[in-house]
Design a protein around this ligand. Structure first.
Ligand SMILES: [Zn+2]
Length: 206
C-alpha cells in the first residue's frame, strides 16, 4: 500500500492532467463538457451505490460529467441522509430514475455475515450502524442450507432489494413522485467478475 503522501501526489497529478485536457477543448474529459456544467446540472439518473473502489458508477455505466447524481456508501444502505440526497436530486433536478447499485462479493455483506457468526463487542458504533442495516438481509439466510458463496450471493441481492424498497416506501416525497410523476426506483447488481450490471428488481416489463 502506498503512503498517504504518495496517494495525495497521485491525485494532484491526476487533476493537473484533467485540467490540462479541459484547456485543449476538453475532448479527453469524461463527457467532454465540464466547463459548461458550472451553471447547472441535469443528471438523468440517481445512483445509490456501494463505496467499493471497484464499482465507480460513471465508469461502469460509461457516463460523463453531469450525467449521474451519485451517492455512495458502504453496502449501498439507506439511512436518512441517503433518502434526503435522493429526495433532493429527484425534486430539484427532475431526475426520474433511481438505481440502487450493489455488487457481488460486497464487503459490507461479508462484514455483516462475520458479525452474525462471531459478534465483536469492540466493533465501532459507526460501523455497527451499517452492519445493522444490512443484517435483516443476511439473518434470514443463516438457517438455510446454502453454502457460503450462495449465501453471500443471495444476501447481496436481498440487501439491494431492501434498499430499493426503503426508497420506494420510506419517504413521503419519493412515494408521491413515484405515484404522480413517473419516478422509478430499480435495483441492480454489478458483477465484479464480468462487469455486467443486472437490473433485477423493479424494472417494468416493456
Ligand atoms: Zn460493497
Amino acid at each position: 500500500m502506498i503512503s498517504a503522501r504518495e496517494a495525495l501526489d497521485r491525485l494532484q497529478a491526476g487533476n493537473a492532467r484533467f485540467t490540462a485536457t479541459l484547456g485543449n477543448g476538453g475532448t479527453r474529459s469524461p463527457g467532454g463538457r465540464a466547463p459548461e456544467l458550472t451553471m447547472n446540472q441535469e443528471p438523468h439518473a440517481i445512483i445509490l451505490g456501494c463505496s467499493d473502489a471497484r464499482v465507480p458508477a460513471e465508469i461502469v455505466f460509461d457516463q460523463g460529467m453531469g450525467d449521474l447524481f451519485v451517492i455512495r456508501v458502504a453496502g449501498n444502505i439507506v439511512a436518512p441522509s441517503q433518502v434526503g440526497s435522493v429526495e433532493f436530486a429527484a425534486a430539484r433536478f427532475g431526475t426520474r430514475l433511481v438505481v440502487v447499485l450493489g455488487h457481488t462479493e460486497c464487503g459490507a455483506i461479508l462484514a455483516t455475515l462475520e458479525e452474525l457468526q462471531r459478534p465483536d463487542e469492540r466493533q465501532s458504533r459507526n460501523l455497527r450502524s451499517i452492519v445493522d442495516r444490512v443484517r435483516p438481509s443476511v439473518e434470514g439466510l443463516l438457517d438455510t442450507h446454502l453454502d457460503r458463496s450462495a449465501l453471500i450471493a443471495h444476501a447481496v441481492r436481498n440487501n439491494i432489494r431492501a434498499s430499493a424498497n426503503h426508497l420506494r416506501h420510506g419517504s413521503a416525497v419519493l412515494e408521491q413522485l413515484i405515484q404522480d410523476d413517473g419516478l422509478l426506483v430499480v435495483g441492480a447488481e454489478y458483477s465484479l467478475e464480468t462487469g455486467v450490471v443486472d437490473f433485477f428488481d423493479g424494472v417494468p416489463a416493456t
